[in-house]
Design a protein around this ligand. Structure first.
Ligand SMILES: Nc1ncnc2c1ncn2[C@@H]1O[C@H](COP(=O)(O)OP(=O)(O)OP(=O)(O)O)[C@@H](O)[C@H]1O
Ligand SMILES: [Mg+2]
Length: 452
């Protein structure tokens, strides 16, 4: 039997201690140490140990992996073109975001193409699953519902039934009776992930594992979980809103960064094939505090609306709230606005929001954020049909952005005819017919476009 070790993990800072103590020596918090049992798990490798010889790369026989479309184009895109035989996919997201819904819809679509699916439900009873399937209009005898939480039993059933697809909902609910730790603990999650990896590689089965996220938004459990699996998908969006974004943050069989967009309805998730149509509201020019940017996610470009509200603060410390874009980046941009363009907002609360529950992490959004803030502060809308793309440096200079032509073509397609872009981009850009390009060298130049 594998060796077990007792450790004490601080629930506040995560530091591991070899013995229990009242106060964590790292974060100085009292009574935060929680006992956990870790097991020396066998590493799962694609290479069998021993009897291997070095071979020239050119002589390695290539065998293309088998990919199968799951029939949901937005999900197929995120998976890199479809599901790959023998792969282990982790899908994480906030409570109630729609993880079980998308898994059931995918199961239905795959069952229609003749596959057998084992849906292991550790969180919901078979009746709860049935209620969801009735709401989604799913009835298929090729989906086997299996309410079980014990890993050894799950392995036995998979070996007996040999399904094409296994869905584990969720990794936090299953446990091994061999390990003296509660379900959801680090050692149980590691054991479960190791076992599902063995099943995926050993039986050539595709295993989808649902994972909870922590309040910081990371998949709960060891980071090693994300290293072990082939693909990590995050389901994002505001659970109270209608749009959901599925993002590939890691993919051994495709591009990471690819996104799929869905609309949550009572009948299930509906795919949105043209995201630009949902993230903007007209061509702007009506309301102050709104600027549109063209972003690139994976192989797609689309336009998103950045909204801002600047109001006089009633607090000694003005509030800075950023929803859908980087909070610390907002502080940097406000400092640049003050120091390089003389726009002082130290007595104002500033809220920035990317409309539609979208999250934009790339710095190319900087110019749109600054223009939305300035538009709200000046109470002047941007000229109708304007799109803003550019990164802003600490000196207030506009820095070039990649895929500019791709972005501008998408903006043009959706009706935008004027683009504020970094001057350093305009040199290398071949003309985009129908788009009036306004090269901007400095953030101050961008603000002057308001008075034109
Ligand atoms: N009757 C309904 N009409 C419309 N939408 C519904 C209805 N019931 C559920 N939903 C939507 O489905 C979501 C729950 O989906 P689901 O159970 O798939 O989420 P989950 O991510 O699996 O949640 P959990 O973390 O609890 O397992 C709700 O937040 C809601 O948006
Ligand atoms: Mg669920």
């Amino acid at each position: 039997m594998a060796k077990q070790r007792r450790i004490y993990r601080c629930s506040s800072c995560g530091r591991v201690h070899s013995q229990w103590m009242g106060k964590c020596s790292q974060c100085d918090e009292w009574n935060t140490l929680v006992e956990d049992i870790v097991q020396e798990t066998r590493a799962v490798r694609a290479v069998k140990p021993g009897n291997n010889e070095p071979i020239p790369l050119g002589s390695v026989a290539s065998s293309p992996f088998m990919r199968k479309k799951c029939g949901m184009p937005e999900l197929d895109r995120v998976l890199g073109g479809g599901i790959v035989e023998g792969s282990l996919v982790l899908i994480g997201g906030d409570p109630g975001i729609g993880k079980s819904t998308i898994m059931l819809q995918m199961a239905n679509s795959l069952a229609a193409s003749g596959m057998r699916i084992l849906y292991v439900s550790g969180e919901e009873s078979a009746i709860q699953l049935k209620l969801r399937s009735e709401r989604l209009g799913i009835v298929s005898d090729d989906i086997l519902v299996y309410p079980e939480v014990m890993l050894e039993e799950i392995r036995r059933q998979i070996a007996a039934l040999r399904p094409d697809i296994v869905i584990i909902d969720s990794i936090q609910s299953v446990f091994s009776s061999q390990i003296d730790a509660p379900p959801g603990s680090v050692s149980q999650i590691r054991e479960g992930a190791g076992m599902f990896m063995e099943i995926a590689k050993g039986m050539n089965t595709v295993v989808f594992v649902v994972g909870h996220v922590t309040k910081e938004g990371w998949i709960a459990g060891p980071k090693m979980l994300e290293h072990m699996v082939d693909t990590v998908l995050y389901f994002e969006g505001d659970a109270s809103g209608v749009y959901r974004i599925l993002r590939a943050v890691k993919n051994r069989f495709g591009t990471s960064g690819e996104i799929g967009v869905f609309e949550m309805k009572s009948t299930g998730l509906i795919e949105v094939s043209d995201p630009s149509s949902i993230f903007i509201n007209g061509l702007g020019g009506d309301v102050p505090g709104s600027a549109v940017m063209a972003t690139v996610e994976g192989s797609r470009a689309f336009v998103v609306e950045v909204q801002s509200l600047v109001s006089r603060t009633t607090y000694s410390m003005p509030k800075r709230i950023s929803i859908g874009s980087d909070q610390s980046r907002l502080s940097v941009l406000l400092a640049v606005l003050e120091k390089r363009a003389g726009v002082v907002l130290s007595h104002s609360d500033v809220v920035v929001n990317i409309a539609g529950g979208m999250r934009v992490a790339e710095p190319a959004v900087d110019l749109a954020v600054v223009m939305a803030i300035a538009s709200s502060a000046l109470d002047k809308p941007l000229q109708r049909g304007t799109v803003c793309v550019g990164e802003i440096g600490l000196g207030g200079e506009l820095r070039p952005v990649n895929h500019m032509e791709f972005r501008l073509r998408e903006a043009l397609r959706t009706g935008f005819t004027r683009a504020l872009i970094p001057a350093s981009n305009s040199g290398s850009l071949s003309s985009v017919n129908g788009m009036d390009l306004v090269p901007i060298a400095h953030v101050g130049d961008a603000l002057r476009t308001f008075s034109r």
